[in-house]
Design a protein around this ligand. Structure first.
Ligand SMILES: CCCCC/C=C\C/C=C\C=C\CC(=O)SCCNC(=O)CCNC(=O)[C@H](O)C(C)(C)COP(=O)(O)OP(=O)(O)OC[C@H]1O[C@@H](n2cnc3c(N)ncnc32)[C@H](O)[C@@H]1OP(=O)(O)O
Length: 302
């Protein structure tokens, strides 16, 4: 960034050097446009973060076209973006949504699960764990504004949030469909859904790999609200206002009291969980199953 451009920045941007670094990553025009609007706007290649109209609230958009598959890069950038917001005392809440049309996130990037070596599988799985732990235990209020299909890892990401609003569109299916791919959701995926929809509903949803349309997702408690698509963001903002009316320290300690034990189950056995994943995913039968699923997805278009 040229010195003249730096000098034109408001003082508050200069106090946050990472905002400048992001400006460099974004390209000068986009960063400058954000600041000209009186709002700090930043992003990485796959995650766009901009302040919402409401004070203290940021909107975090996933942008890994075409379907926001959770690649190692996207997972890493999500964690970095959240950490930056947590360290910036201005922000108290985040609305998580998608920048890709009609898909919130297609889940873990299947290309990360096929044909890689054990070291890469281990690195990828560590990033999945990290994303889940950081989002699940975040001090910030997280509201998911789900504006598209939300299978598997996409559903998991939304389950880390404190509240989920889903746009009412019959194509926006949601759930943990791992069994349909011939794979098994790890225990912490299961814990996330069970803490949300309860034991009996989880028995069915997880074994059947159910992908639920909005009305059913609402009925089972997978989401808290279903609204017309054009009201998604305004609803998420209203929900956020209600959550931010509670003093942070009391809400944060309460959240941690409810969630820490679930996170600790993974924290106590992170390495074993990685080893489990690597040996499971490396099996020939699992690789075959995933390849077939990926090919079917590709053929769907033809
Ligand atoms: C006992 C021990 C247990 C140990 C635990 C071990 C293991 C657990 C392991 C793994 C857990 C994994 C969880 C996951 O998240 S797996 C991912 C599951 N995701 C899905 O099933 C969703 C698949 N995608 C879709 O259904 C559709 O794409 C979607 C509804 C999201 C969007 O449909 P749309 O019609 O708009 O787009 P498409 O034409 O289908 O897709 C466009 C393009 O993108 C490719 N693609 C789709 N999803 C993925 C993905 N998840 N990863 C990578 N690529 C994806 C698709 O193939 C198309 O590609 P192309 O044809 O344009 O090249």
């Amino acid at each position: 960034m040229a010195l003249t451009a730096v000098l034109r920045l408001p003082a508050r941007a200069l106090l946050r050097p990472w905002a400048l670094l992001r400006g460099v990553a974004l390209g000068r025009t986009e960063a400058a446009a954000g600041i000209r609007n009186g709002a700090r706007r930043f992003g990485s290649q796959h995650v766009l973060v901009e302040p919402a109209a409401a004070a203290g609230v940021a909107v975090m958009k996933l942008r890994n076209p075409p379907v926001n598959s959770l690649s190692l890069e996207l997972l890493t950038e999500l964690v970095i973006s959240l950490e930056k917001l947590e360290n910036d005392k201005v922000f108290r809440g985040v609305i998580l949504t998608s920048d890709c049309p009609s898909v919130f996130s297609s889940g873990l990037d299947l290309r990360e699960l096929c044909g890689r070596n054990p070291a890469r599988y281990a690195e990828f799985w560590k990033a999945v764990q990290e994303m889940w732990l950081r989002f699940y235990l975040s001090n910030l209020v997280l509201v998911a504004a789900i504006n598209g299909a939300c299978p598997a890892g996409g559903c998991l990401l939304s389950l880390t949030c404190d509240y989920r609003v889903l746009a009412d569109n019959p194509k926006y299916l949601m759930g943990l469909n791992e069994t349909l791919l011939g794979i098994v959701a790890p225990f912490w995926f299961k814990d996330s859904i069970m803490n949300t929809i309860g034991h009996r509903a989880t028995e069915q949803a997880l074994q059947l790999g159910s992908l639920l349309p909005p009305a059913e997702a609402l009925q089972v408690g997978m989401v808290d609200q279903v609204v017309p698509e054009d009201q998604l963001l305004s609803t998420a903002l209203s929900v956020m206002a209600k959550w931010l009316a509670v003093p942070d320290h009391a809400r944060q300690l309460t959240k941690s009291m409810i969630r820490q034990a679930t996170a600790d189950r993974l924290l106590k056995q992170r390495d074993a969980d990685i080893q489990n994943f690597v040996s499971f995913i490396s099996k020939d039968a699992i690789q075959k199953s995933l390849q077939t699923y990926l090919e079917k997805l590709k053929q769907k278009k033809g």
